[in-house]
Design a protein. Structure first.
Length: 547
């Protein structure tokens, strides 16, 4: 009797502790969500895990290649945009930034829903926070046909567990069976250790399946006719996975809403009785036959989280607009365009149309590379999250390809020039396709001599904007000769600078025509170079101009 009272007291204490933990967690979550709305989040991100969903998808669905993503600093842009609550939300947002344009109308409708109804948004965020465990990064892998391969002999696991439970139950009648049950429990620990390496990743992801389905149930109210392309099948898919959900909840744990003591107790029960291994056995074939609805649920939950993140981005942005897309070959018009990562940015406007390109000139540090990235990033954001950091955006849909940053490839032994040549050739081949491309270059072929650099750059840039081409090319250069050679096919702009009392200054304003300032030698003088060096440089520059 005393033992029964003690056990009851322990259970009551654990229940009270769990309730207190859940209440305290929800209170802190609400406060955090309110404080962070409209603001970027500073946190450590596992970019390899975040990109795992994107890298596992069909190559044909990818739009932004690794070189372009690196040139445009897309990982940093993603981190600034990322206000998601779940791991699948992070993956969905990253995947959207790197994939071909899709379901923008449904995406916009979900963003509007999160913006207009704060109550719906907060409930969705609170639910999505349950998928914060890093194991949720690998939920999508459960949708692979070979994710779980149950074998006939795996039936040994549930039979063995059943024998242990029976031994424990009969021990009240025949106490020696306690030793048999203890031996069985010890054997289970050994089995868990031996099989841990092989099935641990599957089990870790599988244990997030219960929370995923629970979250999906809470997000069903966000499904509507306007959001059908993303969330339209949630209810039907959940019905198809009802049996899987019932089994998955045996082993699903939510450490964020469960008291530590309760969580630890349940973990011991799971380990001693191999609950997760048994669940995998019962659910393995079900997962194989239900992989399609599970994949849709993973994507829908992640996409909804991503739309809430973009609603937060828009809420805190000083200037943004929705893009207007026009037919291929129509002019592009960008008004007061800025880069989301630049503090207090200087906005610039530009209008251009194929088959003409654009040349940007200006001195070092005048902002040429930043302007190239500003245009490229905003094209990507327009086509993926339907959000542009500008007053106005009107353009066709473009596939963006770049050749901006780079260096010697020490691992493969390639020089900077050879690596750049290979990148440029791949862009030339891409230009042979019918879909419109936006090509961005920064100082083409800087790794070779001046004559060959200008000649090769002129040939490449003219080829990209050939007659009747739907493509646009934008290039930054210091080469005045290249500007002269391309006057008939490329508009010329420059970013201004000036020498003042405090040295070289920039206003980062885009102006028509080539740069006319000659500030490099003046800056040499301001920096304290010997007078004889400055005089010789000025004389040589004048002689080269005459030649």
């Amino acid at each position: 009797m005393t033992a029964l009272v003690a056990a009851s007291a322990i259970m009551l204490a654990l229940g009270a502790s769990s309730l207190w933990s859940s209440w305290w967690y929800r209170r802190r979550l609400r406060a955090r969500l309110a404080a962070e709305w409209g603001r970027p989040r500073e946190q450590t991100r596992d970019m390899d895990a975040i990109a795992d969903r994107f890298r596992c998808q069909d190559v044909a669905l990818r739009s932004i290649d690794d070189r372009t993503a690196a040139d445009l600093l897309l990982d940093a842009v993603f981190a600034w945009l990322d206000r998601t609550e779940s791991r699948v939300g992070q993956q969905a947002l990253y995947r959207r930034l790197r994939s071909a344009p899709r379901s923008l109308d449904a995406f916009e409708a979900l963003v509007d829903c999160a913006t207009a109804d704060a109550g719906v948004r907060r409930r969705a965020q609170a639910a999505l926070a349950r998928l914060h465990d890093p194991s949720a990064y690998y939920l999508h892998r459960l949708t692979r046909p070979d994710a779980i391969d149950p074998q006939p002999w795996h039936i040994v696991y549930p039979l063995w567990t059943l024998a242990i439970v029976i031994a424990l139950a009969l021990a009240f009648v025949w106490p020696p069976l306690v030793l048999v049950a203890a031996l069985g429990l010890f054997t289970n620990i050994v089995i868990r250790i031996v099989t841990g390496r092989r099935v641990s990743s599957q089990i870790a992801a599988f244990r997030q399946l219960g929370p995923l389905l629970s979250v999906a149930h809470e997000l069903v109210p966000m499904a509507s006719a306007e959001t059908a392309a993303i969330a339209g099948t949630l209810q039907d898919d959940l019905a198809a996975l009802r049996r899987i959900g019932a089994i998955a909840r045996w082993v699903s744990r939510d450490p964020t809403t469960t008291a530590d003591a309760v969580f630890l107790a349940l973990e011991y029960v799971n380990m001693f009785l191999l609950a997760d291994v048994n669940a995998l056995y019962f659910i393995g074939r079900q997962l194989q036959s239900r992989s399609a609805p599970l994949a849709r649920i993973v994507d829908a939950v992640g996409e909804i989280d991503a739309t809430i993140a973009i609603a937060s981005v828009r809420s805190g942005a000083a200037c943004w607009t929705r893009p207007r897309f026009v037919a291929s070959g129509e002019p592009m018009r960008l008004s007061d365009l800025s880069h989301p990562l630049v503090e207090d940015p200087v906005a610039n406007s530009i209008a251009l149309a194929p088959p003409h390109g654009v040349i940007i000139t200006g001195s070092n540090m005048s902002g040429k590379s930043t302007f190239l990235r500003t245009v490229g990033v905003n094209i990507v954001l327009a086509q993926t999250i339907h959000t542009v950091f500008a007053r106005g955006y009107e353009a066709p849909v473009y596939a963006v390809r770049t050749c901006i940053g780079g260096g010697d490839d020490l691992l493969s032994g390639k020089s900077y020039y050879l690596a750049e040549v290979e990148a440029v050739v791949s862009l030339l081949r891409a230009s042979e396709r019918r879909d419109a491309h936006f090509f961005i270059f920064d100082e083409l072929f800087r790794g070779t001599n001046a004559v060959e650099r200008v000649a090769a750059a002129e040939a490449v840039l003219n080829a990209l904007v050939a007659t009747r081409s739907p493509h646009v090319a934008m290039v930054a250069t210091h080469d005045a000769e290249l500007v002269d050679l391309l006057r008939d096919t490329y508009q010329v702009f420059h970013l201004t600078d000036a020498i003042g009392p405090n040295g070289l200054t920039f206003d980062y304003r885009l102006a028509p025509g080539p740069a006319t300032s000659r500030n490099a030698i003046a800056l040499l003088e301001l920096s304290g170079a010997p007078e004889v060096v400055v005089r010789r440089a000025l004389d040589r520059a004048a002689a080269l101009d005459r030649r």
